[in-house]
Ligand binder design. Structure first.
Ligand SMILES: [Zn+2]
Ligand SMILES: [Zn+2]
Length: 372
């Protein structure tokens, strides 16, 4: 019998599984989608029916609107789709983030039936994170992985070490009576910081309008975080000196920042591992905290899955594929629309829209945020 078509293929709509009649993380209209997590580049309102992990549903509802048909799935629950069996497994990336396992029976060369298993990671990380379910290792034949930080320079310190750096910076700003404005993605990163900081304090943190409602959803899901307060730009009485403020990257350099004169700014991202990035983006401090696997984490995970074939979806795919091929692994890049910047652009657009209404009107020139 001829070699069957790949179980999952990158099409112009998303990662499609013809045998199962579904598409994973689609970017164009489809009937049935399986969505790994609620970041904008993976979750778009394009399917008639969308399946996702239960803990992802409130976040998807918030981001994709009230009309979408969403169906929650338990971790590990086997679902029959066409000739396949599908299950969702924690990816450790953000709350509710899933790897998707797809299995089908195939005819072997002598007519025997044999199983074939594929896993798509979505985005994932291996490091402990108090704000989401821990990564679960799932063995497979073909492993489709993200490659956001697939370069040897990307190695992470434990979250609690980075949280200590953030806390120390905050305390320093308290001493010098300046606001400490920390930028990080509004879904996932912000809540992880708030959960990691519980170790050091119980002081409330002020949140940008794009971060606050998502944080409330995390709290409703039972995630233990510092107490938080929404920022009301119209309320001129609040004194933000010595306060920690968490905002999405899109708010940096916007008129929103005028409410926090003399603020020290920090950015929380895996990209801060590369020294020039902090200066180029104009932040005073860079904190290397990522919701993706680092280089050793990626390689270890690929090995532990036991996969004989590895396909990459986004990020430093070329570098990872080259290394795997050198090691004799069957590896290739897939073309997708997932963003290596982890939805920063999409989030920035959404976040800007969320707060322009309340920003104070001003005819001043935009703040200079880029340092030479
Ligand atoms: Zn993501
Ligand atoms: Zn991604």
């Amino acid at each position: 019998m001829a070699r069957p078509v790949p179980l999952i293929e990158a099409t112009d709509r998303g990662l499609a599984c013809a045998a199962g009649g579904f598409t994973i993380d689609p970017w164009k209209p489809v009937d049935v989608s399986l969505v790994t997590h609620a970041h904008a580049d993976h979750a778009r309102p394009v399917a008639k029916v969308t399946y996702a992990a239960h803990s992802s549903i409130p976040l998807l509802r918030k981001r994709l609107g009230p009309d979408l048909e969403l169906r929650g799935v338990d971790w590990g629950e086997p679902l029959a789709f066409g000739d396949t069996t599908v299950s969702f497994h924690p990816a450790g990336h953000v709350l509710g983030s899933a790897q998707i396992r797809v299995e089908r029976l195939v005819d072997g060369p002598n007519g025997e039936r044999a199983g074939e298993t594929w896993v798509f990671t979505g985005d994932f990380k291996r490091d402990p994170d108090p704000s989401c379910e821990p990564f679960e290792l799932v063995t497979c034949d073909t492993f489709i992985t993200e490659a956001t930080f697939a370069l040897p320079v990307y190695r992470w310190q434990p979250g609690e070490v980075v949280a200590r750096e953030i806390f120390d910076w905050w305390q320093l700003m308290k001493t010098s009576e300046r606001p400490a404005v920390l930028f990080g993605y509004s879904l996932g990163k912000a809540q992880r910081v708030l959960a990691e900081l519980v170790r050091f304090t119980d002081e409330p943190v002020y949140l940008h309008g794009a971060v606050y409602p998502l944080t409330e959803l995390y709290r409703e899901a039972g995630i233990h975080m510092l107490p938080t307060l929404p920022i009301d730009l119209a309320d001129r009485k609040v004194d933000y000196r010595g306060r920690l403020i968490v905002a999405p990257p899109g708010a940096s350099g916007s008129t929103w920042m005028r409410r926090f004169p003399n603020a020290s700014t920090g950015f929380c991202s895996g990209w801060m591992r590369v020294r020039g990035n902090r200066r180029r983006r104009g932040y005073d401090r860079g904190f290397v905290l990522s919701d993706h696997a680092d280089w050793p984490g990626l390689l270890r995970t690929i090995e532990q899955t036991g996969a004989t074939r590895v396909l990459t979806t986004h990020g430093q795919s070329a570098s990872l594929v080259r290394l795997l091929r050198e090691r004799g692994v069957d590896a290739a890049e897939l073309t997708t629309r997932y963003s290596a910047d982890d939805s920063e652009a999409d989030d920035a657009a959404q976040d800007a829209a969320a707060d322009t209404v309340t920003a104070p009107p001003s005819a001043d020139a935009p703040d200079q945020t880029v340092q030479p």
